[in-house]
Design a protein around this ligand. Structure first.
Ligand SMILES: Cc1cc2nc3c(=O)[nH]c(=O)nc-3n(C[C@H](O)[C@H](O)[C@H](O)COP(=O)(O)O)c2cc1C
Length: 186
């Protein structure tokens, strides 16, 4: 079986200096051979409105749905807001999840997150796993990546410089590649 896997990554923070954007950059850098990781911003996705949806998906939503559908695997890299998934990310998921052909069904899914605090996005990730049940996506159970005290692990350019965290992220991406291939082979 070929090791080639395509992953589409969605970051749950919009801010320029986001630790989660920086974490995704590290994940891309540390991804195993054969894995390509693409991403797109969710900043242009408007607040969900079912009237708009019935009239037709807005172009940024269509682009998101198509990117998810095309990818072998989906990776969320997200902060935790108030012990849960940030509203902008939940909003993007809500849009992408609407019929027809909702693109999450059967999709291998990964997640990681960086937080300024001690929890390392643990609670947000468990909420995301709950959402994945309805989406019928297949989140990888283990390993998990909870990046805590993010300000101490990245330099001023947003490079992940903490060696232990780099190792954990590299191991995660390796395992995620294997998970995606395993799900594809079913
Ligand atoms: C609205 C809001 C809620 C937050 N709630 C949490 C939280 O529940 N747990 C946590 O660890 N950090 C929380 N934080 C702090 C974030 O971890 C921190 O702002 C982090 O840097 C956000 O990720 P980013 O750098 O990718 O934007 C919150 C931040 C905001 C703006």
């Amino acid at each position: 079986m070929s090791d080639a896997t395509s992953v589409f990554a969605v970051v749950g923070s919009l801010r320029k200096g986001s630790f989660n954007k920086a974490l995704l950059r590290a994940a891309i850098e540390l991804a195993p051979d054969g894995m390509t990781v693409g991403t797109a911003s969710i900043a242009d996705i408007e607040p969900y409105n079912d009237d708009v949806r019935i009239a037709g998906f807005p172009p940024p939503v269509t682009a998101l749905r198509e990117a998810i559908a095309r990818a072998d695997g989906l990776l969320f890299v997200t902060p935790e807001y108030n012990y849960s998934v940030p509203g902008v990310l939940k909003n993007a998921i809500d849009w992408a999840s609407r019929p027809p052909n909702q693109p999450f069904a059967g999709k291998p899914m990964g997640m990681m997150g960086a937080s300024g605090a001690m929890g390392g996005t643990m609670r947000a990730q468990y909420h995301l796993r709950q959402v994945a049940v309805f989406l019928d996506a297949h989140p990888m159970n283990k390993p998990e990546v909870f990046v805590r005290n993010a300000a101490t692990l990245f330099d001023e350019q947003g490079t992940l410089v903490d060696e232990a965290t780099r190792k954990v992220v590299a191991q995660y991406m390796e395992a995620f590649g294997a998970w995606v291939r395993r799900m594809k082979a079913r």
